[in-house]
Design a protein around this ligand. Structure first.
Ligand SMILES: [Zn+2]
Length: 508
């Protein structure tokens, strides 16, 4: 927790600045949620480059904000802004293990050492130090469950140098020695290691491996899947109006739903509780490619995973219930500025032509405005123990809105565990996902706007839904410089410089 005086000071500053802005702004209604800024205002706010870049966080800084409650610079993995020595920030996972004895898990459809899972289980001044991050995850933090891509990939298997530039491939076989040690059984850790097997169903391979892991013996699970690109196989999504058809292309990778079921079953062996972060990471990769079809597959994969988590909790096996479990579904940042201009029906895809990053949609049903991230709000949905906390944080930085800041997620998860009986914290991150992507997938799957697993949680007595601002310090400083304001200081900043609802809107 931040010291009280710092919070009070910060809040006073926020209110003073908001009052100032509100009094001289022509669109002050937006803060009361009455009038949204025009589309042109939003376009210009989100898409105008400042100092050569559209202001928006990356996954490393956004993951750090969620994992540690601290804003940092782009690229930092749970490390303080400015990269000071001793800049390590303790993550929510580490805190809950230290304080509550929680078991820990990270699972991702992109490499396990990629920015988002890394932010919860590693510390580094750069997300690109792949060997160091993977090594820290597996040999220092050593979460009870690590599942992800990285097989035959530079984020793990073929990361041949550490941060200092020393070779990590002393036998020069093209794979780093850590990877070799897992494959040949000389790793000397408590991990049960399993990897993608040719011709075998990845979901079954994973479940079988998980079944052999006894947490009370100190056993852990490390499961490595994925294509050489690093991510789990994408889905094939067919344009079949009326009858959606989606299928993962390669059976050797598990689905995120299979990953979720196996992980929850395993982690719930720990009577103290657990924290787990599940990332659907190829939503972001598809958005960078402006690939609508693959994006639909990624959101579907996340939707199915959230449904399987709900089913695990509803089953009342595994010791999980909605009284002792908090599930959160959110995104770390928006990406691609997708806009739908036609309401597509169930099973209906827009005509998509061309190549990744240069796809065209000649019928004009949809448009993308960028292949990069944007500073748009993302959605947040929560269900279960401690979900009432969200209402306390909503509007705190952005009065009159249903928005929290991404750093508040850290505070809420911690308070839920400490004060509201949340013994199981399950965090789903749809990387690079914006409300437009959620709607697009919902329309494709159900012919309705809000039918994904988490969209109705706000209507439940033990649920909440709203939005989150995602800006990092780089984003803040770009916007601040543009209006001649000082850069971000930990104890003195104006949240509306990081995200301004008057320009970007009170809703995504
Ligand atoms: Zn990205």
């Amino acid at each position: 927790m931040k010291p009280y005086h710092a919070r009070a000071f910060q809040r006073a500053l926020v209110f003073a600045l908001l009052a100032l802005q509100t009094s001289c702004s022509p669109v002050k209604e937006s803060l009361q949620g009455q009038a949204e800024p025009s589309q042109a205002t939003k376009d210009s706010y989100f898409l105008t480059e400042i100092d050569g870049k559209v202001p928006a966080t990356d996954s490393a800084a956004a993951g750090t904000a969620i994992a540690t409650g601290r804003k940092t610079d782009a690229g930092n993995i749970s490390w303080k802004a400015g990269d000071p020595d001793n800049g390590k920030l303790e993550t929510i996972a580490e805190t809950l293990r230290r304080e509550q004895g929680f078991a820990l898990g990270i699972a991702s459809t992109v490499p396990f050492s990629h920015a988002t899972p890394a932010a919860f289980t590693a510390h580094n001044t750069s997300r690109n130090n792949a060997w160091d991050i993977a090594h820290e995850i597996l040999f220092t933090t050593a979460p009870e469950v690590v599942i992800g891509g990285g097989y035959a990939n530079k984020y793990f298997a073929t990361a041949l140098h550490d941060q200092q530039g020393s070779s990590t491939d002393r036998d020069q076989n093209g794979f780093n020695d850590d990877f070799d040690s897992f494959r040949n059984g000389t790793h000397a850790t408590n991990y049960h290691y399993v990897e993608r097997r040719k011709g075998q169903d990845g979901g079954k391979v994973l479940l079988e491996a998980a079944a052999g892991v006894q947490l009370d013996n100190g056993d852990k699970l490390f499961a490595l899947f994925g294509t050489p690109a690093g991510n789990f196989s994408y889905y094939d999504v067919q344009d079949t109006p009326g009858a959606p058809q989606l299928k993962q292309k390669e059976m050797e990778d598990p689905t995120l739903a299979e990953v979720t079921t196996a992980t929850l079953k395993l982690l719930s062996q720990d009577p103290d509780g657990f924290f787990v972060m599940f990332e659907q990471g190829d939503i972001d990769w598809s958005n960078h490619a402006n690939d609508y079809q693959k994006m639909i597959g990624g959101v579907y994969d996340l939707h199915q995973a959230v449904l399987s988590a709900e089913a695990s909790i509803d089953s009342n096996r595994n010791g999980m219930s909605w009284q002792n479990t908090l599930v959160i579904v959110t995104s770390d940042h928006a990406n691609s500025y997708l806009q739908s201009h036609t309401v597509l029906g169930k099973g209906d895809l827009p005509l998509q032509q061309g190549e990744p990053k240069q796809f065209t949609y000649p019928d004009g049903d949809i448009t993308y405005a960028t292949t990069g991230h944007t500073n748009q709000l993302v959605t947040v949905a929560a269900r279960g123990a401690g979900s009432g906390l969200f209402e306390e944080y909503a509007g705190q930085w952005y009065p009159g809105t249903r928005s929290i800041d991404n750093t508040h997620l850290h505070a809420i998860m911690l308070q839920a565990a400490r004060e509201h009986g949340a013994r199981h914290i399950i965090l789903f991150i749809g990387d690079g996902m914006h409300l437009e992507h959620e709607r697009a997938a919902s329309r494709y799957l159900y012919g309705k706007d809000d039918a994904l697993a988490w969209r109705g949680w706000g209507d439940r007595s033990n649920g909440w839904s709203g939005y989150a601002a995602t800006w990092d310090i780089d984003t803040y400083n770009r916007y601040a410089a543009q209006v001649g304001q000082p850069g971000f200081e930990q104890d003195a900043f104006n949240p509306t410089l990081g995200y301004n609802p008057q320009s970007g809107g009170a809703v995504p």
